[in-house]
Design a protein around this ligand. Structure first.
Ligand SMILES: NC(=O)c1ccc[n+]([C@@H]2O[C@H](COP(=O)([O-])OP(=O)(O)OC[C@H]3O[C@@H](n4cnc5c(N)ncnc54)[C@H](O)[C@@H]3O)[C@@H](O)[C@H]2O)c1
Length: 304
């Protein structure tokens, strides 16, 4: 049995990871400030500490009894980071420096959730980890800066670049919530799905259980060189196709309204999954329609 610290462990990804590690018999400590997370996302047996990752002393103290850190706490979207740029730098960069210092002083592995946003607008091809990174948002630039600093700690760091993660417990009410959660909620109430532009923009959607498997594999990695891997499927769907698939999963006809294309939107985003497969044995295995069914079922369950 090991003891892991998950920063942001009451968030969407962190809550699922906390459940998984706990179910596997590990002790889990969560550090979360509840800015977007919810206590009931984490398993009841986890120790939950309310606090901020900008508090380096607290992070180091918590990490002191742990065998590894998964650092997920962040102002976790392009829009949210743009809304409060100063706070975003303090949390996204400063918080990661604190996680790095805690891992270094405890000589324990650190898994960091970066983002596909580091690539910027790379076109329709599958992007590889070795490709040039040219983020077009402050959020992406903050993630890239943290990656650079993390690689400096040597063999203990694994950097995961999730693409578009979706699944149960991604709450649709948040203005920063992913498109899948929002579209499902709209379909279920019979409201139109508003698409920016013609809907030909495409994304690589990866199901939450797959990302949790990847983070877990990264955490258990034997010491070696620092590693950076995509968290992706290597497949894309257009937003228009997605709207149709979500309507089908909800058992409705899609009511689609097109609005103006959003300035600065990345048109295509697709990751190359080969390095994660070769280095960590990871392959996303949840087809989009199956993941959508689970996500719809979860949203329906929240009505009761
Ligand atoms: N969801 C995705 O599609 C996706 C894609 C790429 C990268 N990521 C990254 O994965 C990580 C987790 O994302 P998520 O989707 O679970 O987001 P989320 O907002 O659901 O979770 C983030 C958690 O961190 C907590 N938090 C925020 N600021 C904090 C602070 N200063 N101190 C302590 N806790 C704090 C929040 O309360 C929340 O529980 C983030 O770093 C995000 O940038 C997510």
């Amino acid at each position: 049995m090991k003891h892991y610290l998950i920063t942001g462990g009451c968030g969407f990804i962190g809550g699922h990871l906390a459940h998984e590690l706990s179910a596997a018999g590990h002790r889990v400590t969560v550090l979360d400030d509840f800015s977007s997370g919810r206590e009931d996302n984490a398993p009841p047996e986890a120790r939950i500490v309310r606090g901020c990752v900008t508090d380096g002393a607290l992070l180091s103290e918590l990490a002191g009894t742990c065998d590894g850190i998964v650092h997920l706490a962040a102002i976790a979207s392009v829009e949210a980071a743009a809304d409060d740029p100063e706070r975003a730098v303090a949390v996204n960069v400063g918080g990661t420096r604190n996680a790095l210092a805690a891992a270094r002083s405890g000589n324990i592995p650190l898994v960091y959730a970066s983002s596909a946003a580091v690539y910027g607008d790379a076109g329709a091809r599958r992007v590889r980890e070795s490709d040039r990174c040219a983020p077009i948002s402050d959020y992406g630039a903050q993630k890239l800066e943290c990656e650079r600093e993390l690689r400096g700690i040597g063999p203990l760091a694994t950097i995961v670049r999730p693409f578009n993660v979706y699944g149960p417990r991604q709450h649709p009410a948040s203005p920063y919530s992913g498109v899948i959660a929002r579209f499902i909620a709209l379909c279920r109430t019979g409201e139109p799905l508003r698409i920016n532009g013609d809907g030909s923009q495409s994304r690589d959607f990866v199901y939450i259980a797959d990302i949790v498997r990847l983070l877990t594999a990264a955490l258990k990695r034997e010491a070696g060189e620092p590693l950076t891997v995509n968290g992706c499927t290597g497949q894309t769907v257009t937003v228009l196709e997605l709207a149709g698939a979500i309507a089908a999963a909800c058992g409705t006809e899609p009511d689609i309204r097109h609005g103006p294309a959003r300035a600065g939107d990345i048109l295509h985003s697709c990751g190359d999954p080969d390095l994660a497969a070769a280095s960590l044995g990871f392959k996303a295995r949840t087809p989009l329609d199956a993941g959508l069914r689970e996500t719809v079922a979860w949203q329906r369950g929240t009505d009761q």
